[in-house]
Design a protein around this ligand. Sequence first.
Ligand SMILES: C[S@@+](CC[C@H](N)C(=O)[O-])C[C@H]1O[C@@H](n2cnc3c(N)ncnc32)[C@H](O)[C@@H]1O
Length: 266
Amino acid sequence: MSPVDAFRLSDAAARKYQDHSVPAMFAPLADATVKRLNLPTDGHVLDVACGTGALTRAIIEHLPGQGCVVGTDLNQSMIDIAQSMTAQTEHNVEWVASDVTELPFDAQSFDLACVQQGLQFFPDKPAALAEIFRVLKSGGRLSLTCWRAISPFNDALAEALAIHVSDDAAQKARAPFSFRDGDLITSLLQDAGFSITTHDGIVLQRRFEDLRAQVLALPVEQDMRAKGEAAIDQVLEDIAARLAPYAQGGVFIVPQEAHFFIATRP
Ligand SMILES: C[S@@+](CC[C@H](N)C(=O)[O-])C[C@H]1O[C@@H](n2cnc3c(N)ncnc32)[C@H](O)[C@@H]1O
C-alpha cells in the first residue's frame, strides 16, 4: 500500500465521519476559522482535503459577492457526501477528488486556499505545500489549522486502548495529533515560499454527553468490538476517570487546541 493509499476511506467511514466527527469538532473549528478569515469579495477559494465539506460550507455561507468555491479531497467517498450536503448558492461551487500533490488547477488560480486538519495526514508535506503555493495567486493566502496539543480526551482514549485493546488502536487514536510542532510547520511553510502572516491558536470546548456512543463512533470501534464488551467497559471506565477534572453538570467539556496559520504567497 502506498503512503497515500493508507488514507483511502470507505463510504461507511465517510458517513460516520460526517455524522459524528463533524458536529463534534470539524464544524465548530470551521466556524471559528471562517470568523478569522477576511474572505475576499468575489474570491476564488480552494478547500484542500475538504473531507465532507465542513469548512467549505462555512466559506460558501460567508463569501461576499459571487465568487467560486472548490472543495478537493483524496477520497471520493468524502466528496460525495460534501456534494450531497451543499445547499443552493449564488456562488460557483465545484467538488473534485484529488491528491493534494496533484491539484488539477492552473497555476495562480486562487485567492485563498484552506487546509483544515489535513496537513498531518499528507505523506509528502513539502510537495503538498509546494502544490498549494503553485495554485495560489501572488498575494494569495493559505489558511491552515492542525491540532496543537493532543486533547485530554484522545490522550485518555489512547492510554486506555493501549492497556485494554491494542497498541495499534492506541496509535490510531493519537494519529490526528501526531504533527503538532508549530516551529516545524512554520519551517515547512517558509521552505515552500510562504511568508507567515499569522500564527496563533484556536481552542475548542468539545462536549461529551454520551461517552459510550461518542467513543464507539470513532474509527477504533472495530478494534474495540473485536476485544469484546468487557474491554469496551474498561476503556470507558478509564476514560471517565481521566476526564473527571472536566466533568460539568453530567457532561465532560474538554479543551482541544489547534494551530491557526495564515501564510501568504509573496
Ligand atoms: C481529519 S479530515 C479533515 C477533513 C476536513 N478538512 C474537515 O475539516 O472536516 C482529513 C482529510 O484529509 C484527506 N486527505 C488525506 N490524505 C490526503 C491527500 N494526500 N490529499 C488530499 N486529501 C487527503 C482525507 O481524505 C480526509 O478527508
